[in-house]
Design a protein. Sequence first.
Length: 231
Amino acid sequence: MTNHKTILVPQGAEYKAVCRGLGGVTGSTPRVIPIPMGMKSLTTYLHKLQEKGQILNHPYPQVVVMGICGSLSSRYSVGDIVLYQDCVYQEHRQECDRIFTAEIYSCLSDKVSLVKSLTSDRVVWSATEKRCLGEAYKADVVDMEGFAALEFFQQVGVTVAMLRVVSDDSHHDIPDLTSAISADGALKPWPLALELIRQPVAATRLIRGSLRALRVLEDVTRLLFFNSKIE
């Protein structure tokens, strides 16, 4: 593994899962940078990294954005591994790098699905809204960072691919955690706990789905970076 690859992954449990996945990889491993949740927080953070010279420190930098996401389609269930082709935000669209995405796909092939994604500036928690957004934007999955990452890195000439694991399906509600996300893109423990208590059934489903997705995220990280094709 050459040292010009960087993994960006939301801070907290997702970051820890990726680090565990890389723990058994021998030789050179990519940098792993924990990022805040949400588009505005991420954009601000990436500009700070750029000012410190922590992104463009190689002639041909490549970034893999990893983490978990929500499904907008009955085709994708909890634990499914998805590789983004593009991201849509409102009426705007950004493509992932086709060559880099194809390299990752060749490593994972039958274990991963190519998808179209939607980036939201808030938590999409309602099953009804998930399906409506999927139909309206022709998108398969949703996250809160993808479009912002693509927009930033394409402006500075960095190759980007996005690999995520589905943590909640399109058939069930999850708790609305919007109020539990701080302005700087971190989860606030007490508001998070209150929202989970208010919606125990949805909370149980979210926790189970997230734990399963995190285990898969750890496994796919290990599988991807053990594979000599991504060098």
